[in-house]
Design a protein around this ligand. Structure first.
Ligand code: IVH
Length: 671
């Protein structure tokens, strides 16, 4: 926006227009999952608004989209009374119990037709949102049902929450705040790195986040919200179905998977369907809530002290179970990290049998005080990998001893090392067989060198038979070596050699990732490959040079420089070179054309070009193209009827371009 002098009246008008536009796009992005403009474009609008508000602070209002993150709370949370009690639900666990529920309804509503709305029961925390004249006023936790805490400042940071709704009325909406699995895993990964206790499940993480005193921290957590109840004085919708439609029309996010059911049979069918399908959701859902649809009937049914008579929850089988710890093993990872693992008496959990569970690290193990012989509560939630939540201390048999963490590597016996302030002990021996096994598996993995067929069983055999002692030995394997191994016929041996041959031509980005440098993930590997272009250049880079790279902090820089200084690394690299691996990046250096450093992916059909033509345009300007949204992709051009790449791109927060924006970028007249 030009910074020419603007009168206050002009600013007021522009600010109002910007807010409307930003609100519209926030809703499209966070509520409807249907973005209309690129992130870059959105940031530009936000920046313009922030700039104007800074110049005219008197025009800032609490509902401005710039005001989602407010001041820290110093005195903690204030208790607030609920406008009407926030009840809980009766639980049922079987079709029989559900039939009992319906029996009761029939007794109380004799001869009436009863219809239901079935919704997913979101495993989060209940929240009441108050709006005055259509503007967000206050958010209150459930608390004891009569009184909750005022968590307004924190709830305001949730991007899918409308700060103003479509109608300028007083209303209260209720729903569930939850943490999507992706955010949950991210938070726990960060906590693990920082040596902080991990959250047991997304619900605890959501509850912990909403109780943070600093809204800026909450804003970074990735919370989300679904609404399911609405109270508007003198104008209540006649049914639950209408309530959900009204909530949506007002601009709230509702869970899209609700269903109107004519009878209990349809409710049971819905429950059965979602019992399996819940595994494909991006958030935790622990059952179905069955609600009488008609609000008139609801009023007749009334409430008990604890819960309404018109609704019941029908839980899914638990993903929690108790079982015994038979042993505690310590595994050695690729980077030498020692991870304690509980060996469990096999137990069924959410459809699979669990017999092992990670205990993360020494700290975590000590905090939970898990001992051999203990009964433990295990949970599978969000992660495919089950976790030990807690020890059932009452069931601890006499004579157990706290687990003593080894001071030597359980595989190679060299002394383990735990740097000051870190929680992870490591084996530092680079030729430790356990580390080598994991390094080879990582090297061969799909996201690294992508050597199909080189899995655990084969790597174990190759190591046991002494056929490989270091990664480069892979490239000296002969057909006779392979054919002699178990389950390796002539055909699979030939295939493996072909795969190894093919892996020699992989891009530098993949090779850097495959080397398994600590803290260097796929994305950083891509950045490094693009910037340095040659493995030798990267290996000679100083810490100072490395920290200059965006997204490379001192820790990552230190780790890269340490890795390349090791004599073992030097040998490794020169042997890989001898084997004929590609050490060059196909990513052009950023000094090239205007699009250099950017990798474009296309999804959907373009009106003006074929994909090949569009790709050539990009390349002519120094950019690159990729077939899929990989870690290197930077921009996604979204054509007509986009495919799954769009969702992936959104997840990764990539720049989304419409065809028109793309045309502008490559300097072509629009169609
Ligand atoms: S309706 C009178 N609908 O489950 C209570 N609750 O165990 C009416 N919940 O406190 C609640 N998803 O926090 C309702 N679709 C849904 C829900 C839901 C999750 C929570 C809610 C409630 C708890 C009851």
């Amino acid at each position: 926006m030009p910074s020419s002098p603007m009168t206050k009246t002009q600013a007021r008008r522009r600010i109002a227009a910007l807010r409307r536009e930003i609100e519209f796009h926030e809703k499209k992005y966070y509520v409807d999952n249907d973005p209309q403009i690129s992130d870059r474009e959105f940031d530009r609008l936000m920046k313009e608004l922030t700039g104007l508000e800074a110049r005219f602070p008197e025009l800032v209002t609490p509902e401005s989209p710039t005001q989602r993150v407010g001041e820290k709370l110093v005195a903690g949370f204030v208790a607030v009374s609920h406008s009407r009690p926030m009840l809980s639900l009766d639980n049922s666990y079987s079709v029989e119990e559900l039939k009992d529920f319906e029996e009761r309804l029939r007794r109380l509503l004799p001869g009436q037709d009863i219809r239901y709305i079935a919704e997913l029961k979101i495993d989060g925390l209940g929240i009441a949102l108050r709006y005055r004249e259509g503007k967000f006023l206050q958010a209150v936790t459930r608390g004891d049902g009569r009184q909750g805490d005022d968590v307004t400042a924190n709830v305001k940071t949730i991007k899918s929450l409308p700060l103003a709704v479509r109608e300028q009325r007083d209303l209260e909406a209720r729903g569930e705040i939850f943490l999507p699995f992706a955010s949950f895993r991210k938070i726990n990964r960060m906590r693990e790195e920082a040596g902080e206790p991990l959250f047991a499940n997304p619900r605890n993480a959501a509850a912990g986040s909403i109780r943070q005193l600093d809204p800026a921290v909450v804003a970074g957590r990735g919370l989300d919200i679904f609404l399911y109840s609405l109270f508007i004085a003198d104008d209540e919708p006649p049914t639950q179905g209408e309530t959900l439609r009204d909530l949506k029309a007002l601009g709230f996010k509702i869970n899209p998977h609700w269903r109107a059911c004519r009878d209990l049979g349809e409710v049971v069918a819905y429950w059965k369907e979602w019992k399996t399908k819940r595994d494909s959701l991006e958030y935790d859902c622990d059952g179905v809530v069955v609600k009488v649809d008609d609000l008139e009937q609801r009023r007749a049914l009334g409430l008990t002290a604890k819960s309404p008579r018109w609704a019941v929850s029908f839980k899914f089988p638990a993903r929690q179970a108790t079982t015994q710890v038979k042993d505690i093993e310590v595994q050695v990872g690729r980077t030498g990290a020692l991870t304690p693992v509980a060996v469990l008496e096999p137990v069924k959990l959410g459809g699979t049998t669990v017999s092992r569970s990670t205990l993360h690290n020494e700290e975590e193990l000590r905090r939970k005080d898990v001992r051999v012989g203990d009964t433990v509560l295990v949970e599978r939630s969000g992660d495919v990998i089950p976790r030990v939540v807690a020890v059932v201390k009452d069931l601890r048999p006499p004579g157990t001893k706290p687990f003593s963490f080894p001071s030597a590597c359980p595989r190679c016996r060299s002394k383990v090392f735990k740097p000051e302030g870190e929680v992870i002990s490591r084996c530092l021996n680079p030729s430790c067989p356990a580390r080598l096994r994991e390094s080879i598996l990582h090297f061969a993995s799909r996201r690294a060198m992508d050597i199909e067929g080189l899995g655990e069983a084969l790597v174990d055999q190759l190591l046991d038979k002494g056929l490989i002692k270091q990664i480069p030995d892979l490239y000296r394997l002969k057909i006779e070596d392979l054919e002699r191994l178990e389950r390796m016929g002539a055909k699979s041996s030939r295939n493996l050699l072909e795969q190894l041959e093919k892996s020699k031509t992989r891009d530098l980005a993949k090779l850097i990732f495959a080397l398994g440098i600590r803290h260097v993930g796929e994305r950083t590997a891509g950045d490094l490959a693009g910037l340095f272009g040659r493995l030798e250049d990267l290996s000679r880079a100083s810490k100072e040079e490395l920290v200059e790279i965006p997204d490379v902090g001192p820790k990552v820089a230190e780790s890269i420089s340490f890795f390349f200084k090791q004599p073992e690394t030097r040998t490794l690299i020169s042997r890989l070179r001898e084997a004929g691996l590609n050490f060059l990046s196909r990513t052009p250096a950023p000094a090239g054309g205007p699009l250099s450093g950017r990798v474009f992916v296309f999804t959907g059909s373009l009106a003006s070009f074929s994909r090949d033509e569009a790709g050539r345009l990009v390349e002519r300007l120094g950019g690159e193209t990729a077939a899929d949204v990989t870690s290197r992709a930077t921009d996604v051009v979204v054509g007509e009827s986009p495919g799954s790449k769009l969702a992936k791109a959104r997840k990764r927060g990539l720049v989304l371009l419409s065809e028109e924006e793309f045309l502008k970028l490559v300097g072509q007249p629009s169609a």
